[in-house]
Design a protein around this ligand. Sequence first.
Ligand code: PLP
Length: 421
Amino acid sequence: MSTNAELLARRNAAVARGVGHVTPVFADRADNAELFDVEGRRYIDFVGGIGTLATGHCHPGVIAAVQRQLAAFTHTAFQVMSYPPYVELCEQLNRLAPFSGAAQTVLFTTGAEAVENAVKIARIATGRAGVLAFSGAFHGRTFLTMGLTGKYAPYKRGYGAITADVYRVPFPVTHRGIAVEDTLRTLDALFYADLDPRRLAAIIIEPVQGEGGFNVAPADLLRRLRELCDEHGILLIADEIQSGMGRTGRLFAIEHSGIEPDLVTVAKSLAGGFPLSAVIGREPIMSQVEPGSLGSTYGGSPIGCAAALAVLEVIHSEGLIERANRIGARLRERFDAWTHREDMATVRNVRGLGAMLGFDLVDGATARVVVSSALQRGLILLTCGRDAETIRILVPLTIEDALLSEGLDVLEQTLREVVPA
Ligand SMILES: Cc1ncc(COP(=O)(O)O)c(C=O)c1O
C-alpha cells in the first residue's frame, strides 16, 4: 500500500498543478462525516466534498439506489433513449421549486454547466445577452462562468478575454462596510452611465455566497433586484449550487427572503457526491428553448438521477432541513462564544444561514495555519472569502451529535494553539 507521502509525490508528478489541493493526504474510505486516509488515519469531515454531501459519505439509501441503477443500466444518453429516473427527478424538483406556477427542469453534470445553461435559457427567453453578477461571486471555471465569477485571482488571471456582456456590482458585506444601499447606488450609476437595463437577460446571485465568504444576500437586496427584474423584463437566477438542498435550513436559501427567482441552479448536495446538476425554471421561460440546443452526453446520468431521488427521500425522511437549523444553532453558539475569547486566535464576523456558517480569522495566513493544524488533529476544514480568511463549515447534515461536538472541540483546541501574539 502507498503512503500519503508517496502518493503526494506521484500526484505532483502526474497531475496538472492547476488543480489545487487543501490536504496532503489521500482518501481510502469514508462513512457519513468521517474520512479515513490510505494510512488508516481518521478525520472528521467538516467540508463534505465542498458541500456535496448534505446526506453524508456513502449514505446507505443513496448507495443502494445507485447499486440498483448500476445493475440495470449506466447510460443511454437521455436524448437518445430517455429513462424514468430523469423524468421523476424533474417532476420532484418542479414540485419543490422556490417559486409559484408551473416549473420545468433540465439536468446536467457540473455546477458550472448548470450556470452556463441558466444563462443560455435566459438569453433565449429574453432575446438579450447581458448578465449582471456580483463581486465575490463564484459561479464556476468555464469561460462564461469565469466571467460571472467575481474574483480575479486565481480564477481569471492569465486566461485572456473573458465573455463580454457581464456587468458587476458589489455584493453587500456588512463587515467590509458595503451596505445594500451601496450596491443599489452602484447599480443605479451603471444603469445611468453604461448599461440599458433592457439589455440585461439576467441577474445572477448566490443567496448565500459560497467561495466569496458565506455572505448572506440581504432580503432587501433580493426584493429590490426582483422589482428591477419585473420592471425591465430581466430574469432573476438564484445560484443555489452551494446553498441549496437544505443546508441553510430551507430547501433553497432564497426561500428565507420570500423572493421568488425565475431560474434556479442546483448541483453539489443534489446527488450526494455523484455528479449531477440542474436548472429549474418557470415553465413559460423553459419552454422557449428549441430542442437539441440544451443537454450534453452525460447530462442527467441515470446514476446521478437515482442518487438524487434517494437524496431527496433522505432529506425528507431524516428531517435534514430541520437538522440543518439545529446544527446551525450549535455552530453559532460555539462560534459566538469564541468571539469573546482572548486565549485563542481572534474569531469574528460569524455569519451564514442554518448550517452554512462561517467565521473570519484575522487573515488568510492565520486561516491557513488553522486548517493545517486542524488536519494534524484529525479535522478537515476549508477556507473561503476575499483573502481566504474565512473558515466555512459544510459538514454533512447527517453528522451524529457526538461527532459534531468532537469536531468543534478539535477546532477550539486548534484555535487555542494559534493564540494571537
Ligand atoms: C455557487 C456556486 N456556483 C457554481 C459552482 C461551480 O460548480 P462546479 O464546480 O460543479 O462547476 C460552485 C462550486 O463551488 C458554486 O459554489
